[in-house]
Design a protein around this ligand. Structure first.
Ligand code: ADE
Ligand code: ZN
Length: 338
């Protein structure tokens, strides 16, 4: 472990791009499968891990949605979220904004209330036990139709106090932002902040369309924006945060190797980039592994790491006093290591 890895491991940080279904480790998948009498389709956890070779986003999504079949009861959703929150706390994540995909579960006959109650109970416990702040982002699946997203928003409205934002994820290519223009307009009218995955596999135009049509205040991924200098200038000028997920991008073939990842160039260009883990059980690492892998491949400095963390605090959906408190905890840590 380098001294920078040590700094990374211990520095207080925030995670803004995390799919709770993507934190399902093979061991928990088997335990929940056994508890619910559901066959995972795999013989062992080693076999599960060996299957995690993805050529692209869709290869991954097919396996990820199948894995979620073991999640049935409120306790399952609690256990899933609690396992993540414990791991995040151990990695000094002090604030987490967590996406969940209700349609992955409601389409299997699981009640929306079951999903959100289990997740919320775990977040409440993390606040009490770890002093960690966390919120839920309800994400629509973009491979499903608008009517399904509208029904999901209706269900979300009954739990609006538990939801900090509305998002959009799943298969990007062929499902452009305009497909969800109306449901996003309704979400905004209902008072929700909105965000969307854009420019992961999709072209830079999906990033501009997410801003112009969906009126998102934050972009998930956004890495393909670097292909369009005018878009980069716009994102810099408007200070739009980008929740970048380096290990995910390499595992899904967005970039061939970590050395090819544009994260450092993005920072240099003045983009409000942040580092996140996306689906850590599938992509080989949580927050610290994402920071360490990028730092090693791109020769990031301690100041680069601090800048990425400050960007995430500024991009968090928190009241100003809570954002300031996050920065103060970072200041205290940095001063203690100086
Ligand atoms: N759902 C979970 N992870 C995702 C990703 N990286 N892109 C789109 N949808 C997702
Ligand atoms: Zn994602």
């Amino acid at each position: 472990m380098t001294s920078l890895d040590d700094f990374i491991a211990n520095v207080p940080k925030a995670e803004l791009h995390l799919h709770i279904e993507g934190t399902l480790e093979p061991e928990l998948m088997f335990a929940l499968g056994a508890r619910n009498g559901i066959d995972t389709g795999y013989g062992s956890t080693d076999e599960v891990r060996a299957a995690y070779q993805f050529g692209n986003l869709q290869d991954f999504l097919d396996i990820y949605y199948a894995g979620a079949n073991v999640l049935v009861t409120e306790q399952d959703f609690y256990d899933l979220a609690w396992a993540y929150l414990q791991k995040a706390h151990a990695q000094n994540v002090i604030h987490a904004e967590i996406m969940f995909d209700p349609q992955t579960h409601t389409d299997r006959g699981i009640a929306f209330d079951t999903v959100i109650s289990g997740l919320t109970r775990a977040l409440d416990d993390a606040r009490i036990e770890f002093g960690m702040s966390a919120g839920l982002i309800l994400s629509f699946l973009r491979h499903l139709d608008e009517a399904s997203a509208q029904r999901t928003l209706d269900q979300g409205l009954d739990h609006r106090d538990k939801i900090i934002a509305i998002g959009l994820d799943s298969s990007e290519l062929g499902h452009p932002p305009e497909k969800f223009a109306r449901v996003f307009a309704r979400a905004r009218n209902e008072g929700f902040r909105v965000i969307a995955h854009a420019g992961e596999e999709g072209p830079p135009a999906y990033v501009s369309d997410a801003l112009d049509i969906l009126k998102v205040v934050r972009i998930d991924h956004g890495v393909r924006a670097v292909e369009d200098p005018a878009l980069v200038a716009r994102l810099v000028q408007a200070e739009i945060p980008l929740t970048v997920c380096p290990l995910s991008n390499v595992r899904l073939g967005v970039f061939k190797t970590m050395a090819d990842h544009p994260l450092k160039d993005m920072l240099k260009a003045g983009l409000k980039a942040t580092v996140n883990s996306d689906d850590p059980a599938y992509f080989g690492g949580y927050m610290n592994e994402n920071f360490s892998a990028t730092a090693a491949a791109l020769d990031l400095s301690q100041d680069d790491i601090i800048a990425l963390i400050r960007n995430s605090f500024d991009a968090a959906f928190l009241p100003p006093a809570e954002t300031a408190a996050l920065h103060q905890r970072l200041d205290a840590y940095v001063n203690s290591t100086a």
